[in-house]
Design a protein around this ligand. Structure first.
Ligand code: NAD
Length: 472
């Protein structure tokens, strides 16, 4: 009840001036275009507005940027203080995550936890590495984890002593503002951490092609990472690192020894939680032929039990997709699949808001998927008992290598499959959801990312130079 009261209190519209970029940014904003933020579950709910940076704002930020030369112990203390503020002001963060990004309570809580864990983990790791910071990092983040990924990138770069130019995704500038406000309040100097909301083609491009930037930390689509890689090659020093976490075409293999109830629960969580808008989300499940009819029947039954709706409601399992364009894209994809007779099951979606009902589409294999479908759409293919190796080959052939799931109780099968597999994170007899900071680092191979894995011991050293500091 207390949570509900806090949620209700946080529903009031944000006053525009509270969210104007000016006072929160170390450099002045010249008055770029204002982006209206509408609630994806209810577009009549105007959440607030973000003033986007123009090219001259980025120029001023680049000129003002500097490394964070405070001692490592002080940087760690400030980052821990920021984590305390995130926790203390959870209600505000929750409200923005729900209203701006369409997060359900469960997703918002998990995201806040991850953001706090990232800050505390990198604060601690920053203490045990004496090498110098690289300089100034551009941190460019996606809208699907607008607090956790945003804070993780910034936390790592700052813990290592770098200055940061942070560019949040166009769709999620408000939660980024709130987070940066807390980081500043905790003690990160304003010229060390500058927030630059804006378009990828304007702000993102300017932050990845300039010699004053010493490294780029990017999470988003593979296509954007490739564009950034080309821009960096032209405009930045040859040794400036690109740390990229990108897309995936994630698969799961279910053989006939798997436990059906567990498989269905794990498929639902992996494919439809967060409305499928996770880089780790399951896109294609391969089911052994003999159990496919009974397993898919159970799966469709479980899908029909899902509650779609406003993320504010505690009973909601599946919230909206991010915006009208994403909704239209998925609707077109599913209409096409329908016309081809490949829709196996589809759940009805609420009429108001940007909802897509979870759907299951038949395919022959990953090779039939041409691109990452970043929403609540699961593909299903079947295989015969002697085709396991061929299925693994098909999974590898996509070129992506982010997450993978295996459900089996056959001795030796885990080794048989994982020995051939090229992915960053493989999950056995469980759902394939994300990272656990500190104990289960996250990151992909091939088209899915450059490494190192976020939330693991090799991450922070990439934000440092190779030389050790002279001892005093
Ligand atoms: P996106 O690539 O469209 O945008 C990501 C960020 O890049 C945004 O801030 C955007 O403004 C910026 N950008 C766009 N063009 C740019 C340019 N030319 N130069 C510099 N920056 C530019 O991705 P998205 O739609 O925001 O996020 C969804 C994607 O992110 C999916 O592909 C998903 O798989 C991926 N993702 C990966 C991980 C991971 O850990 N591997 C985590 C979350 C999301």
């Amino acid at each position: 009840a207390r949570d509900l009261a806090r949620i209700e209190a946080a529903r009031a519209p944000f006053r525009a001036h509270q969210w104007q970029a000016g006072p929160l940014i170390a450099v002045g904003v010249t008055g770029g275009e204002a982006h209206q933020v509408l609630n994806p579950a209810d577009p009549a709910d105007v959440v607030g507005q973000v003033v986007l940076c123009a090219a001259e704002d980025v120029e001023a930020a680049l000129a003002a940027a500097r490394v964070w030369d405070a001692p490592a112990t002080e940087r760690a203390a400030v980052l821990n203080r920021a984590a305390d503020l995130y926790e203390a002001r959870f209600g505000e963060l929750f409200a923005v995550l729900a209203r701006e990004a369409g997060k359900t309570p469960r997703d918002a809580v998990a995201e806040l936890r991850e953001a706090v864990d990232f800050l505390r983990y990198y604060a601690a790791r920053g203490l045990d590495d004496e090498r110098a910071a690289r300089g100034v990092f551009s941190c460019i983040s996606p809208w699907n984890f607008p607090l956790a990924i945003f804070s993780g990138q910034i936390g790592a770069a700052l813990a290592a002593g770098n200055g940061v130019l942070a560019k949040p995704a166009e769709a999620t500038g408000l939660v980024a503002h709130l987070a940066v406000q807390m980081l500043h309040e905790a003690g990160v100097p304003r010229d060390v951490l500058q927030l630059l909301p804006g378009h990828g083609a304007v702000v993102g491009a300017a932050l990845t092609g300039d010699a004053r930037v010493n490294g780029v930390c990017f999470t988003g689509s593979t296509a954007t990472a490739q564009r950034i890689n080309r821009a960096m090659a032209k405009g930045m020093a040859a040794d400036a690192p690109l740390i990229a976490e990108t897309g995936g075409l994630n698969a799961m293999i279910v053989d006939s020894t798997a436990l059906p109830e567990q498989v269905v629960r794990d498929i639902i969580a992996s494919a439809f939680q967060s409305a499928g808008q996770r880089c780790s989300a399951l896109r294609c499940v391969y089911i052994q032929e003999d159990i496919a009819p009974s397993l898919t029947r159970m799966l469709f039954g479980a899908m029909d039990e899902l509650t779609l709706g406003n993320p504010w409601a505690h009973e909601t399992d599946v919230g909206p997709v991010i915006d009208a364009r994403a909704q239209a894209d998925f609707a077109a994809y599913l209409d096409q699949a329908q016309a081809e007779g490949r829709i196996l099951h589809r759940v009805n979606a609420p009429e108001t808001g940007h909802f897509i009902g979870p759907a299951v589409v038949q395919v022959r294999g990953l090779s039939d998927l041409k691109r990452e479908i970043f929403g609540p759409v699961l593909h299903v293919a079947t295989f015969k008992a002697d085709q396991i190796d061929a299925v693994v080959d098909a999974v590898n052939a996509s070129g992506y290598g982010l997450t993978f799931g295996l459900h089996t109780r056959i001795d030796g099968r885990v080794e048989q499959v994982t020995a051939r597999l090229k992915v960053g994170n493989a999950y056995v007899n469980r759902n394939q959801i994300g990272a656990i900071v500190g104990s289960q680092p996250f990151g992909g191979e091939g088209l899915s990312g450059t490494g190192p894995k976020a939330g693991g011991p090799s991450y922070l050293p990439r934000f440092k130079t190779v030389e050790r500091l002279e001892s005093p």
